[in-house]
Design a protein around this ligand. Structure first.
Ligand SMILES: NC(=O)c1ccc[n+]([C@@H]2O[C@H](COP(=O)([O-])OP(=O)(O)OC[C@H]3O[C@@H](n4cnc5c(N)ncnc54)[C@H](OP(=O)(O)O)[C@@H]3O)[C@@H](O)[C@H]2O)c1
Length: 199
């Protein structure tokens, strides 16, 4: 299959590429460092990416920023960062990308454990992750031509523990290779409307 990975240079993206590359033609894209450049917050940038890579069999998004901050200090503009970036950015990619998918293709988005297991500073993350999961459920019943959509919801990766561990007291970090397998299931399997929790 021809698989587009957006966020391919990131911690999870690299692991997803490693998992899929032996069996698929993987196209690596990301905002600043990717072989193909794309900004998922910009619709024209997404269209430009697809005009370069053409039709694909799978679209994977492992990109998206959120705002970490205390509720008592947060402004609507700060909260909007996660909505515009990780949420609407991934949805933009799905909305535009569906038209560049071959029949039977798939879309896989990334959410995260904080949707159900909140942490201090994480209210924006909780909302965004829950909405990403909900989008996969809601969009799945409408997509045509056998196109599927799922989300992968990882806990903190072992590979990210040094950076994020202090914010996740009592959490059990998961091996990145296990997270990558959930993306493989979404791409190579037949399920749709699923939220794959790797917790
Ligand atoms: N790491 C974890 O433990 C963990 C756990 C649960 C959920 N998640 C979620 O998984 C996603 C990826 O996490 P990560 O740790 O792998 O992040 P990361 O290492 O910071 O990598 C982020 C990737 O996304 C790309 N990117 C950022 N903004 C973009 C944009 N606007 N358009 C296109 N590409 C963009 C970056 O590209 P460039 O490098 O080219 O700038 C990079 O390839 C995030 O949404 C995060 O919330 C992560």
């Amino acid at each position: 299959m021809k698989v587009l990975v957006v966020g391919a240079t990131g911690t999870i993206g690299k692991l997803v590429v490693k998992e899929l590359a032996p069996r698929h033609e993987v196209i690596e894209a990301s905002k600043t460092n990717g072989k193909f450049k794309v900004d998922i917050t910009n619709e024209q940038s997404i269209r430009d990416l697809f005009s370069q890579v053409g039709k694909v069999d799978a679209i994977i998004s492992v990109a998206g920023n959120v705002h970490f901050g205390l509720v008592k200090e947060m402004t609507a503009a700060q909260f909007n960062i996660g909505l515009q970036d990780k949420l609407l950015g991934q949805i933009n990619l799905a909305l535009i990308g569906q038209h560049f998918l071959n029949d039977g293709g798939s879309i896989t988005l990334t959410s995260g454990i904080v949707s159900h297991d909140p942490i201090p500073y994480g209210s924006n993350v909780t909302v965004v992750n829950a909405a990403v999961d909900a989008y996969a459920v809601g969009a799945a019943i409408e997509l045509e031509r056998g196109i599927r959509i799922n989300s992968v919801s990882p806990s903190v990766l072992q590979e990210s523990w040094e950076a994020y561990g202090p914010f996740f007291a009592g959490f059990d970090p998961v091996p990145g290779a296990k997270v990558a397998l959930a993306f493989r299931k979404s791409v190579e399997g037949r399920q749709t409307g699923q939220n794959y929790r790797v917790w």
